[in-house]
Design a protein around this ligand. Structure first.
Ligand SMILES: [Zn+2]
Length: 283
């Protein structure tokens, strides 16, 4: 069933587990994520990122197919816009039936971020849609710098931001980055504990991929309610296709490749559910 993320993330926060936010890039990845979650009877957030739009899928197509499949599941499903860049994109997603949107204005000043987030909240809330914002910038793994302390979200800013916006969930920077890293990142767990204690809204971790199972399990059980994964899912799918090719030089059947990609992606998502200690939620 299609639900907004508000109550789900509150349940995750209270229950000390995290819900995976799995990016989809086409109808296949969407259906595979939903099947995995339904088989495990667990809540899932399926996310379409603005940066992935128009390569394999448009916002309209994503909304229509996601609603079609999500409404036929028995477990809770959130349809989320990941990294919306503008009010216009967030509004369009709300109008199309997304149940959760993220406005990423984290590159702006604190005050501008507050103001732009409030605009989106005003529109989204009138339509029963939850809003995620981000403060403190989560960079990319390729440019990852372990030694820079100013990458972390401060407790004062996070608490003030939630107070001033009333945002439903907040993405914070505690040491992860987007994409794949060289090596394993260093997570600032002290900062996570302080943030979880001081900030009312459930916390979100971006850049879950290749952050290390121990790190992610600790994040999920020590204060993070939603963990975004993308790279690990598509890499796992590609690895299975590659392994199939190595084993059988001449696979001529398109479906055989798709089946291999499905196995890889679903095994990785299942692994995420286990690492994040995700539990069933009844709404
Ligand atoms: Zn992100």
């Amino acid at each position: 069933m299609l639900v907004s993320s508000g109550k789900l993330l509150e349940a995750a926060k209270a229950g000390h587990f995290a819900i995976p936010s799995a990016n989809f890039v086409d109808e296949d990845s969407l259906r595979w994520h939903l099947q995995t979650a339904e088989e495990m009877n667990l809540p899932i957030i399926i996310a379409l990122a603005e940066v992935h739009l128009d390569r394999l899928i448009t916002l309209e197509e994503g909304a229509h197919i996601a609603k079609f499949y999500a409404e036929r599941t028995s477990n809770p499903v959130v349809l989320h816009l990941d990294h919306g860049k503008s009010f216009e994109t967030c509004k369009k997603a709300v109008d199309l039936g997304f149940t959760s949107v993220m406005l990423d204005a984290s590159m702006e000043s604190f005050d501008v971020n507050v103001q732009r987030t409030r605009e989106v909240i005003e529109y989204a809330r009138a339509h029963g849609v939850s809003v995620e914002a981000e403060i403190g910038h989560v960079g990319t793994g390729a440019k990852y710098d372990n030694n820079s302390d100013n990458i972390y979200t401060t407790v004062e800013e996070a608490a003030a931001f939630v107070e001033r916006t009333g945002v439903d969930s907040l993405a914070v920077s505690i040491g992860t980055a987007h994409g794949l890293y060289k090596g394993t990142p260093k997570i600032n767990f002290d900062r996570l504990h302080e943030l979880a204690a001081a900030v009312k809204a459930p916390l979100v971790l971006h850049g879950g991929s290749s952050s290390g199972d121990d790190n992610l399990h600790r994040c999920a059980t020590e204060g993070i309610a939603k963990i975004n994964v993308y790279s690990d899912l598509v890499v796992a799918a590609a690895k299975e296709v590659y392994a199939l090719q190595q084993k059988e030089a001449e696979v001529e059947d398109y479906y055989t490749y798709k089946e291999a990609a499905k196995q890889g992606m679903q095994a990785m998502l299942k692994h995420c559910f286990e690492v994040f200690a995700t539990k069933p939620v009844t709404l």
